[in-house]
Design a protein around this ligand. Structure first.
Ligand SMILES: Cc1cc2nc3c(=O)[nH]c(=O)nc-3n(C[C@H](O)[C@H](O)[C@H](O)COP(=O)(O)O)c2cc1C
Length: 371
C-alpha cells in the first residue's frame, strides 16, 4: 500500500482512512479491527455514559496497541442551555405530553409492543442522556484517559482543547459548513472533517463534492478529511483530488462483521439503494441522514415539527427500541449515507479497509492515463 499523506504521520497510521465515529455501531471491536488493519478506528461513543465510555476505552486498548479515537457530540444548542425552546409558544418540555401521544398512536397502529431495552449496567448511572452535564462528564473521561485521538461530531471542543493537547491527544472536528470550519480552526483543532450532505448521520446542506474544496481553501494548511457518501476507493481518490488529506468513512464500515448493529439491519443496508435514505429530524431533533421508514414518513407528513435535541430522542427512542426488538426494518431508521448502493455484502472490517485502500490507489495511479 502506498497512499501516504501527512494524516498518516499525524495519527501514526499506515493508510489515511479513518473509521467514522458512529454511535453504538463503531464499537471497540470495530475500531480495533480498523486500527489493526492500518487505518484509524474511532469509536462512536456519543450515547455512552461516562462509565461505559471509560470501559470502552479500556476495551479498545486491550484489542489494539495502535492509535484509536473516541467520537462524542458537543452540540452548542444543548451546551448553552438553549435546546430550541426560547421562541414564542410552548417550550419543548411543555410539548412532550402531546408528542408522547403521537408516539403511542404510532406504536398502536403498527402493533409495536413496548420493549424494555437492555440498558447497559454502566449507563444506569450518571447525568441524563444528551444533557449538558452528560457531555461535560464524557469530556472529563476523554481527558482523564488521555486518548490518542478525540473527535467532536457536533460543536466546538474549544473548552477542552488545552487539556487534551497537554495529553498529546489529536483533536478532530466534524463540520458541514465553511463558517464552522473557520471557527474550529481558530479554536485550534488539529484536523477538520468536511462532511457533506451525502453522509450518514447528522449533516448539513452542502454536498460533499462542493464542501471539501471550500473547506480546504478556508482552513489554510490544516489537514482535512473528506466525508459523506465516500463508500469505495473511487470516492477516496476523488476526495483527495478535491484537496482532502484522507477520508472519514462511516457507512462502508457499517456492513461489517464487527459493526455493533444487528444482522437484520446489516441486511437492510446490503439491500439498500441510492434512494433509500432521507434527511430527517425525526430521531434526534437535528437533521440527520438515515434510512427512510414509516417513522420518517410520519414526520414528513405531519404538521408538527420534530422537537429539538434532546427532546425528540425521548419520543423516537422508545419507538426505535421497540422496532429493534421486533426486528422491524420498516420502522427502524438507522443512520446511513447515500453510498448505500455500493455495499454488496457483509465482510470483515480489515477486508473492507484493504479493498478501500487498494481501489483508491489504483484510481490515483490510473488518473494519469487521462492526460
Ligand atoms: C450509523 C451511523 C451513526 C453515526 N453516529 C454518529 C455519531 O454518533 N457521532 C458523529 O459524530 N457522527 C456520527 N455519524 C456520522 C459519521 O461520523 C460520518 O460523518 C458519516 O458516516 C460519513 O458519511 P458516510 O456514512 O456516507 O461515510 C454516524 C453515521 C452513521 C452511518
Amino acid at each position: 500500500m502506498s497512499i501516504a499523506t501527512r494524516i498518516c504521520e499525524l495519527f501514526e497510521i499506515e493508510v489515511p482512512i479513518v473509521l467514522a465515529g458512529m454511535g453504538e455501531a463503531s464499537t471497540p471491536a470495530l475500531a480495533a479491527a480498523v486500527s489493526n488493519a492500518g487505518g484509524l478506528g474511532v469509536m462512536g461513543a456519543a450515547a455512552c455514559s461516562p462509565k461505559r465510555l471509560r470501559r470502552w476505552i479500556r476495551e479498545v486498548r486491550e484489542l489494539t496497541d495502535r492509535p484509536f479515537g473516541v467520537d462524542t457530540l458537543l452540540p452548542a444548542s444543548v451546551r448553552s442551555g438553549g435546546g430550541g425552546g426560547a421562541g414564542a409558544g410552548p417550550s419543548p418540555k411543555e410539548l412532550l405530553p402531546a408528542y408522547r401521544e403521537i408516539q403511542r398512536e404510532f406504536m398502536e397502529r403498527e402493533g409495536l409492543p413496548r420493549a424494555k431495552g437492555e440498558l447497559d449496567p454502566d449507563d444506569r448511572e450518571g447525568p441524563p442522556l444528551f444533557s449538558k452535564e452528560f457531555f461535560d462528564a464524557q469530556m472529563e473521561v476523554v481527558v482523564e484517559e488521555a486518548v490518542p485521538v478525540y473527535a467532536a461530531g457536533l460543536g466546538d471542543p474549544a473548552p477542552w482543547l488545552d487539556r487534551m493537547h497537554r495529553n498529546g491527544t489529536k483533536v478532530i472536528s466534524v463540520v458541514g459548513a465553511v463558517r464552522h470550519a473557520r471557527k474550529v480552526r481558530d479554536s485550534g483543532v488539529d484536523v477538520i472533517v468536511a462532511q457533506g450532505h451525502d453522509g450518514g448521520g447528522h449533516n448539513a446542506t452542502v454536498g460533499t463534492l462542493a464542501l471539501i474544496p471550500q473547506v480546504r481553501d478556508a482552513v489554510g494548511d490544516l489537514p482535512v478529511l473528506g466525508a459523506g457518501g465516500i463508500t469505495d476507493g473511487r470516492g477516496i481518490a476523488a476526495a483527495m483530488m478535491l484537496g482532502a488529506d484522507g477520508v472519514w468513512i462511516g457507512t462502508a464500515f457499517l456492513a461489517t462483521e464487527e459493526a455493533g448493529i444487528p444482522d437484520y439491519q446489516k441486511k437492510a443496508l446490503v439491500e439498500g439503494i441510492d434512494q433509500s435514505t432521507v434527511v430527517s429530524r425525526s430521531i434526534t431533533g437535528k437533521p440527520a441522514r438515515l434510512l427512510r421508514t414509516k417513522w420518517t414518513d410520519l414526520w414528513a407528513e405531519r404538521e408538527e415539527e420534530p422537537l429539538p435535541m434532546p427532546y425528540q430522542s425521548m419520543i423516537s427512542g422508545p419507538i426505535m427500541l421497540a422496532a429493534e426488538a421486533a426486528e422491524r426494518p420498516d420502522i427502524f431508521a438507522g443512520f446511513c449515507g447515500q453510498g448505500l448502493g455500493m455495499i454488496h455484502g457483509v465482510r470483515g472490517a480489515s477486508e473492507v479497509l484493504a479493498e478501500l485502500a487498494g481501489e483508491a490507489e489504483s484510481c490515483l495511479r490510473g488518473a494519469s492515463r487521462l492526460l
